[in-house]
Design a protein around this ligand. Structure first.
Ligand code: NAI
Length: 709
């Protein structure tokens, strides 16, 4: 334990406690490290020679947060409460000991890692472009449990603190300073000197909230500003979470109740709420998927390990449209040179202009220097000549979704690149093995499926074809990591994983519309179930025209084997006869007036007679969610998905599947496999065989198994 913290006391009586957890790349608050902090802090507090204390880190970052394994390992409410309250008491002891503590935040300080600095009397951060400071617990279904909901509002005010707590925002150091989360910024090499200077010159050992006459900045809960914050705040919270996130309500309640009392009582209030929240199924599912599974995906745990890591200096992108421009942009941003090819220079230039405008916005918002912008743009070479691909380690095609065009550009590119280079297709629907038939080197051919808008969507679906080599797969994963995205690896079947399952959600919405279900009910049920948009709105955003194109392509590919999908006729009507192709066209299932918000197209009722008996909202929700679950289970059965973590991460990152469930397979576990199967059987009887649970699920239900047990 002594290894975790080293204590140095200088001749002036300033003690520096430096944290450096052995065998870990980052410091975290774990059972051991908390005990080490307690021992070291208590020793210097008791030492008469010591006048002030510096808390520092020997790692690249300060403290990354609490050890989630430790939190999940705690059993029973009592154990959680005791453990958390022990931490609260330790932090309280530090801030009331009578000696000033300074936190030297040399990098990331998140969650518990920031909360410990709030218990210090002064916070100095090092200038570091990649550092982030904040309380992101809400993002994994948790809440701050080491004083965050009590100290942050007491430090900066309730109103500015609430969004930081509820949305788990991570701030860059400059923004953290402006918001009052830290007191000063200095260069990395001046950090300790600045801390000592503060201890010598100021060294105030009393927290603002422990001073006589302390008032909450901006007013307390019962002040008029408190009413103005909590009344609309509660409504907003309800609107955004629709009751699906118990942690959000707990954060709000903890602030509301805790800020009306003393800090000591407030900390107990927080611990109580934390104890409830950490034991909810939502927190468990979110931590599993959004923390652990994401971390594993980002560490490329499924990468063929024998293949040496690939570096990417230059890539080629074919097609400078919506997707190609985005892929070129994120690659250049990651320091990779890009030859961006389209049919003529003008089209290629247009693609590069997309990047220029995204970067310009960042410069305007002071998020980037203009020199950095220029150097990123310099890396993109817009061209129509394949010889410019020379030296590319990877080529990604994002031309029209047309087999013949894709085959043509594959041949041209392969003639210009080295034998080792990888060729990837960004197709959204066409099976990779089929596309690879056009390739002279199918071993190097792979699917890299990006999501729109590429600069904001974090997921890339990787699809090896039947002949794709392990080297190509490993290198494709290396590339996805190099551009800072999260990869999942899925099997090569029509629609792969994400497009296939996502489509069942929109299609179920269309099926209900055709049955005469009230469109407002369909839309609201989707949102209440936790989806980011209702299925009709989502269809508009994706474009009904594109859905129509996919239907036609699938019909052409499958011929007499084609089975009509739910809502086929609705798509044909809107994309064809009515010419209402979606949001981009300004009209689809919704109208998009230039002024004012969108609204459901009033004439929907003319085309789909309203059924006299409307279903219960629970049934509508169940149809919209179960259909995605059952289709994913089929993907597992067919080996399109081989690891439940891929399905869960992919569903949340790819199409925003209700995050509180932990993803589409966690959702089945949450419902319970047995119940899920029984409900799907009932739905299949009423609405068609698309709901029929596959054998895999039936077997799991019979054995009482879930995807994570
Ligand atoms: P787009 O229509 O915006 O862009 C296609 C670009 O390819 C155009 O600039 C066109 O001039 C260019 N192009 C066409 N033929 C070419 C050729 N022979 N040589 C060079 N360039 C050529 O299409 P988008 O949306 O960017 O889609 C591209 C690919 O990405 C398609 O396969 C699509 O299925 C797939 N995809 C699309 C997504 C989306 O949300 N739009 C999401 C994921 C994949």
């Amino acid at each position: 334990m002594t290894d975790i913290i080293t204590t140095e006391i200088d001749t002036g009586g300033i003690a520096t406690l430096t944290m450096d957890m052995p065998g870990r790349s980052m410091n975290v608050l774990s059972e051991d490290s908390i005990a080490a902090i307690a021992n070291a802090a208590r020793a210097v507090i008791a030492d008469d020679k010591v006048k002030g204390v510096i808390l520092a880190s020997a790692k690249r970052d300060f403290i990354a947060g609490a050890d989630l394994d430790m939190l999940l390992g705690l059993e029973g409410a009592e154990e959680v409460f005791e453990k958390m309250y022990e931490i609260q008491s330790l932090f309280r002891e530090i801030e009331t000991c009578g000696k000033p503590f300074v936190a030297c935040i040399n990098g990331m300080a998140l969650g518990g890692g920031y909360e410990i600095t709030l218990a210090c009397h002064h916070r100095i951060a090092a200038q570091d472009a990649r550092a982030q400071i904040g309380l992101p617990e809400a993002l994994v279904g948790l809440m701050p449990g080491a004083g965050g909901t009590q100290r942050l509002p007491r430090l900066i005010g309730i109103r500015p603190a609430l969004p930081l707590l509820l949305e788990g925002r991570k701030l860059r150091v400059e923004d953290a300073l402006a918001a009052g989360l830290i007191d000063a910024i200095t260069s990395k090499d001046q950090l300790l000197a600045e801390a000592k200077r503060w201890l010598t010159d100021v060294g105030d050992p009393v927290q603002p909230w422990d001073k006589k006459g302390y008032k909450i900045p901006g007013g307390g809960v019962q002040a008029p500003s408190g009413y103005e914050t909590f009344v609309p705040g509660n409504a907003m919270l309800r609107d955004r979470t629709l009751g699906n996130y118990p942690n959000a309500l707990a954060i709000m309640s903890s602030v509301y109740e805790g800020l009306q009392t003393t800090i000591d009582v407030g900390l107990r209030v927080e611990t109580r709420y934390f104890t409830q929240v950490v034991r909810t199924p939502q927190a468990k599912a979110m931590i599993r998927t959004l923390f652990f599974s994401m971390q594993e995906a980002n560490k490329l745990t499924r990468r063929p390990s024998e293949v040496p890591k690939a570096e990417f200096k230059k890539i080629g992108v074919l097609g400078a449209g919506l997707m190609g421009a985005g892929i070129a942009h994120v690659s250049a941003l990651a320091g990779i040179e890009v030859a961006l090819i389209d049919v003529d220079r003008e089209a290629a230039e247009k693609g590069k202009a997309v990047s220029a405008s995204i970067l310009e916005r960042m410069v305007k918002r002071k998020r980037m220097d203009s020199e950095v912008r220029d150097s990123i743009l310099e890396r993109i070479n817009p061209t129509n000549e394949y010889k410019d691909l020379t030296g590319a380690d990877l080529v990604i095609e994002a031309v029209f979704e047309d087999r013949a065009i894709k085959a043509d550009v594959t041949n041209k590119a392969e003639a210009a690149i080295g034998k080792e280079a990888i060729f990837a297709s960004n197709t959204s629907t066409l099976p990779i093995t089929g596309l690879a038939e056009a390739s002279a080197r199918p071993g190097n051919f792979i699917g890299l499926h990006f999501f729109s808008p590429v600069d904001r969507m974090p997921l890339v679906e990787i699809i090896p074809g039947a002949k794709t080599s392990d080297t190509a797969l490993a290198h494709a994963m290396d590339f996805v990591k190099a551009i800072g995205k999260t990869p999942i690896v899925v099997g090569d079947a029509r629609g792969f994983f994400t497009s296939r399952v996502f489509a069942t959600y929109t299609r179920e919405g269309l099926a209900m519309l055709a049955e005469g279900v009230n469109p407002a009910l369909i839309e609201n049920a989707g949102r209440i179930a936790g989806m980011p948009m209702g299925p009709l709105e989502l269809s508009d955003v994706v474009s009904i025209g594109l859905m129509d194109h996919v239907v036609k392509q699938t019909k052409a590919d499958l011929g007499k084997d084609y089975r009509a999908g739910p809502g086929d006729e609705v798509i044909a009507l809107f994309a064809g006869t009515l010419g209402r192709t979606g949001k981009k066209a300004g009209k689809g299932f919704y109208d998009y007036p230039a002024e004012g918000p969108k609204r459901l197209w009033p004439d929907l009722g003319k085309h789909f007679a309203r059924a006299s008996e409307q279903p219960d909202v629970e049934l509508v929700k169940r149809r919209l969610m179960h259909i995605q679950g059952v289709e994913t289970a089929r993907c597992v059965e067919e080996n399109v998905v081989t690891d439940p973590r891929d399905a869960d991460v992919g569903s949340i990152l790819g199409w925003g599947f209700a995050p509180f469930t932990g993803g589409v397979l966690s959702y089945i576990d949450m419902v319970g496999t047995k119940v899920f199967v029984a409900e799907c059987e009932a739905l299949a009887k009423d609405f068609g065989p698309r709901f029929a649970p596959p054998t895999l699920l039936r077997d799991m239900a019979a054995k009482g198994k879930g995807f994570y047990q």
